[in-house]
Structures are given as C-alpha cells and as structure tokens.
Write a protein that binds this ligand. Sequence first.
Ligand code: SF4
Length: 67
Amino acid sequence: VKHPVNAQLQREAARFALRFACEDCVHFDADRVRCTHGYVERPSRADLAELGGLLAFCKEFELDEGK
Ligand code: SF4
C-alpha cells in the first residue's frame, strides 16, 4: 500500500511515533542491509520527509520491539 506524503501524514506520524520502515522491522537484516524476505522495495524513514512523495507500507512489516 502506498500513501501520498502530505503535511497531515507528517504531523500524525510524528504525533503517534509511526513505525513503518524496514529499520524498525524484525525482518530487516541491518548487517546486510536487506529484507530477509527478499523484498527489494524497502520503506525508509527518509521517505516520510519528502512532501509529495509516496510512502510505502509493507504488508509484512512487524515491529521489532528491540529497536
Ligand atoms: S518485511 Fe517489509 S518492512 Fe520488513 S524488512 Fe521486509 S520489506 Fe521491510
């Protein structure tokens, strides 16, 4: 699912500490900088900074509570 990045999304993401990026997902291998499921499109925290861009939400995202 992709969602346009607008000011409302940025505000709400900050307010609710939205986690969506691979860096926050249990399936992300930080040492190899890759998704262990093999997905090549990797949602990044930086994607939220670009007004007018698209933010991808991965359906297999699982929050890594240890991060
Ligand atoms: S499952 Fe999705 S959110 Fe998690 S690391 Fe892979 S691509 Fe990123």
